[in-house]
Design a protein around this ligand. Structure first.
Ligand SMILES: Cc1cc2nc3c(=O)[nH]c(=O)nc-3n(C[C@H](O)[C@H](O)[C@H](O)COP(=O)(O)OP(=O)(O)OC[C@H]3O[C@@H](n4cnc5c(N)ncnc54)[C@H](O)[C@@H]3O)c2cc1C
Length: 400
C-alpha cells in the first residue's frame, strides 16, 4: 500500500506551486480569492477540493512559508463556518464568510459556561425575542480568542419550557456590540491569553443573527463539535497541530539524546502511536473522499491523540534534563515550518494538559464512544425530558 501523498509532479501540486511562485508573500485575502483558505468548501467559497487535494494545497501553503488559515481562524474555518453553508441564509453567508475566509474577521465560540462545559445542554445564557431583536444575558467562559474576535458563535436558551437539549439556538453575534465584556484569563503557558470569560449583559442582537431554526441549536452545535474532533485526530502535538512524533524522533537523534535508553524506550512507544494516528488520518481522508460524513469516530480519534500529544511534549521536555525546568523554546530542533502557536516544544508542553479537556474531556468522549460507536446502554439522565424551567438547582431561575 502507498501511504504517501501525490508527489512533486502531481498536476494539482504543480498548479498551486506555480501560483505561489508568481505570488510570493500573498495575503490570506488573496488565498481566499483562489478558494484555498477553506479549499474543501464548495464554490464560490472554496474549490470543492477532495481530501487529497486539500492536503496538497495545505502542504503548498506551508511550503510557501505561511501559517495554515485554519490555525489562524480555527473557529470559522474548522468548526462553525460550515454551519452557514448547511443551515445559514444566503445573506448570512455573504455577510460573514468573506471576512472569515480572508482571516480578517476572527471568530470565537461562545459555548462553555461556569456551570459546566461538558453538560452543554444545561447552559443558562438566555436569548429572549423582543420584536425584531433578541436580548441576550449570560456568562461564558474558556472562550478561545474572544479578545481578538469580531464574530461570536453563541449558543443560548431561547425556550426554557422545553427540555434542556431542545430550546437552544445558535446566533452569530458582533463581539463589539454594547453589553459584551471580554476579560482575558491568564494561563500557564505565559505566552498569550488563550482563554477569556465573556459577560453578555442585555446585548441586543438582530433577529436575523439566528443561525438555522430557533430551537435547532443542539443539532448544529453537535455537528460543529464532531467536525472539530475529526480534525484533531491528526498526529500533531496539540490537537493535531504542531510537531509530530517523527519530528520528536528527528530532534532526539540530532541532539544525541536518543542514547538515553529510558527516553529511547518512551520515544519508540510514542513514535508507534504517531504512526497509528497518521494512518487514522489517511483513513479519515479516504472516508471523506468516498463521501462518508464525519461520524463519531472523531471522538475515538481525539481520545487517542490528546494524551499522545501530552506524552510527546513530556518526552521532549524531559530530554533536556534539569535545564528543561527553565522556560526554553528551543527544547529540540524542529523543521522550519509554521505551525502557529504550537511551533515550539516548550509552548506545546505547557499547553498540552488542556489537550484532554477542550472539545470534550476524555471521560465525556469515553461515553460518546461507548454509546454511539459500541452501542452500549446510554448513560441515564433523569433531567433529559424535563422542561428546563422545572429543573432544580437554580437552573430554572437562571433561565426565567
Ligand atoms: C484549550 C481550551 C480551549 C477551549 N476553548 C473553548 C472555546 O473556545 N469555547 C468554549 O465554549 N469552550 C472552550 N473550552 C472549554 C471546554 O469546552 C470545556 O473545558 C470542556 O467542555 C469541559 O468543561 P468544563 O471545563 O466546564 O468541565 P466540566 O464539564 O465541569 O467537567 C469536570 C470534570 O467532570 C467530568 N465529567 C463531566 N461530565 C461527565 C460525565 N457525564 N461523565 C463522566 N465524567 C464527566 C469531566 O470529564 C471533567 O473531568 C476550551 C477548553 C480548553 C481546555
Amino acid at each position: 500500500m502507498d501511504f504517501n501523498l501525490p508527489g512533486e509532479d502531481d498536476p494539482r501540486r504543480v498548479k498551486v506551486r506555480a501560483w505561489f511562485e508568481k505570488n510570493p508573500n500573498p495575503t490570506y485575502a488573496q488565498l481566499a480569492e483562489q478558494g484555498w483558505t477553506a479549499s474543501n468548501w464548495p464554490e464560490p467559497w472554496g474549490v470543492s477540493a477532495d481530501a487529497e487535494t486539500q492536503f496538497i494545497i495545505d502542504e503548498e501553503i506551508v511550503r510557501a512559508g505561511l501559517e495554515l488559515p485554519y490555525t489562524i481562524n480555527a473557529i470559522a474555518l474548522n468548526q462553525c463556518g460550515q454551519s452557514l453553508l448547511t443551515h445559514g441564509a444566503e445573506e448570512q453567508r455573504q455577510k460573514f464568510l468573506p471576512g472569515a475566509l480572508a482571516c480578517e474577521d476572527i471568530w470565537c465560540m461562545l459555548f462553555s459556561e461556569p456551570s459546566g462545559g461538558s453538560d452543554l445542554g444545561g447552559l443558562r445564557t438566555t436569548a429572549k425575542r423582543d420584536g425584531d431583536h433578541y436580548i441576550v444575558n449570560g456568562h461564558k467562559i474558556w472562550t478561545s480568542v474572544a479578545d481578538e474576535a469580531s464574530v461570536g458563535v453563541l449558543v443560548a436558551r431561547t425556550d426554557a419550557s422545553k427540555p434542556k437539549h431542545m430550546g437552544l439556538s445558535v446566533f452569530l453575534i458582533d463581539m463589539h456590540s454594547p453589553g459584551v465584556t471580554v476579560n482575558p484569563i491568564i494561563d500557564m503557558t505565559g505566552n498569550k491569553n488563550e482563554y477569556n470569560e465573556v459577560f453578555l449583559d442585555n446585548v441586543k442582537i438582530p433577529a436575523d443573527a439566528l443561525l438555522g431554526r430557533e430551537g435547532d441549536g443542539w443539532r448544529i452545535v453537535m455537528e460543529q463539535l464532531q467536525t472539530e474532533r475529526v480534525g484533531m485526530t491528526k498526529p500533531g502535538v496539540v490537537w493535531g497541530m504542531g510537531p509530530t512524533a517523527r519530528d520528536l524522533m528527528d530532534g532526539l537523534i540530532k541532539t544525541g539524546r536518543i542514547s538515553d535508553p529510558l527516553l529511547r524506550d518512551d520515544a519508540a512507544k510514542v513514535y508507534i502511536e504517531g504512526e497509528i494516528l497518521r494512518l487514522l488520518t489517511f483513513r479519515n481522508m479516504t472516508n471523506r473522499i468516498n463521501g462518508t460524513p464525519a461520524g463519531f469516530e472523531g471522538s475515538a480519534g481525539k481520545m487517542m491523540s490528546s494524551p499522545h500529544g501530552q506524552r510527546m511534549a513530556d518526552i521532549a521536555k524531559r530530554s533536556q534534563g534539569a535545564s528543561g525546568m527553565i522556560r526554553d523554546p528551543d527544547v529540540l530542533p524542529l523543521p522550519n515550518k509554521k505551525w502557529g502557536m504550537f511551533s515550539n516544544w516548550d509552548y506545546a508542553y505547557w499547553f498540552s494538559p488542556a489537550n484532554t479537556l477542550g472539545v470534550g474531556t476524555q471521560e465525556v468522549l469515553l461515553n460518546v464512544v461507548a454509546e454511539r460507536v459500541l452501542g452500549l446502554p446510554r448513560d441515564s439522565d433523569p433531567t433529559a425530558k424535563v422542561p428546563f424551567s422545572e429543573l432544580s438547582g437554580g437552573l430554572a431561575k437562571a433561565a426565567e
